[in-house]
Design a protein around this ligand. Structure first.
Ligand code: CTP
Ligand code: MG
Length: 227
């Protein structure tokens, strides 16, 4: 089981003045938390990290204990995943793609995605129901309320048969915000497994507060990792 980790984003919404992957959470860079979460899963083999172009040497040093390959990322998430995919060693038939920004993903979510792949799925995404009411708008005018019962928010890791992911990335589709949507665009089947609140994406400043409080709870006496 290979794993690609897009970590090359600028983190503009976080606004920390440096790439999000290198921002500290409870004393360690976000990317270290993310790679550690993946390495905690015994079935995860080769890991390829797409790092911010100017930070490849620093990221290589940072991740030296975790046996990963570091490549320079691209201008978009999709490009970064494509570049990491090109660096995945041969002989790896199943691949996870995991956003570094979902750095606290519980092992149960990684395990559920892997299990679905091993059971034969072409493409797998972890999902959670929406908590908020969702409205369709035009500027400030509300056009209507969307029935959220059939909607899901999608997390990572997403899992793929390698040949399916390679074909999806070679299809010339632009602007995708995840990898499963590339498979969907080609008409391929994608299945869901349960995601988890702790697999949230660190995006803005509040998410750092949330992440540090999750880490503090895990580190507290009797604190346990989410299942
Ligand atoms: N990513 C990447 N290469 C890019 C852009 C994003 O590898 N050119 C990665 C990010 O590092 C992150 C994941 O894709 O792990 C999800 O992206 P996002 O949360 O949007 O992170 P950023 O692009 O860094 O943040 P922002 O959009 O606020 O600048
Ligand atoms: Mg982004």
């Amino acid at each position: 089981m290979g794993c690609l980790v897009p970590a090359a984003g600028l983190g503009l919404r976080l606004g920390a003045g440096r790439p999000k992957a290198l921002v500290d959470l409870a004393g360690e860079p976000l990317l270290v938390h993310a790679v550690r979460a993946l390495r905690a899963c015994p079935l995860v083999g080769p890991v390829v990290v797409a790092a911010p172009v100017g930070d490849v040497p620093a990221v290589t040093d940072l991740l030296a204990p975790y046996d990963v390959v570091v490549v320079p990322g691209g201008a978009s998430r999709q490009e970064s995943v494509g570049l990491a995919l090109s660096a995945l060693p041969p002989g790896v038939d199943l691949v996870l793609v995991h956003d570094a920004a979902r750095c606290l993903v519980p092992g149960s979510v990684v395990g559920a995605v892997i299990e679905a792949l091993l059971a034969g799925a072409d493409a797998v995404v972890p999902v959670v129901p929406l908590a908020d009411t969702v409205k369709h708008v035009d500027g400030t005018r509300v056009l209507g309320t969307v029935d959220r019962s059939g909607l899901r928010a999608v997390q990572t890791p997403q899992g793929f048969r390698r040949d399916v992911l390679v074909r999806a990335h070679a299809a010339g589709i632009v602007g995708a915000t995840d990898d499963a949507s590339l498979v969907e665009a080609l008409g391929g089947p994608v299945v869901t497994v349960p995601g988890h609140a702790e697999a949230f994406k660190v995006t803005g400043p509040f998410d750092v507060v949330l992440a540090e409080s999750v880490l503090a709870r895990r580190a507290a006496p009797g604190g346990r990792h989410a299942r």
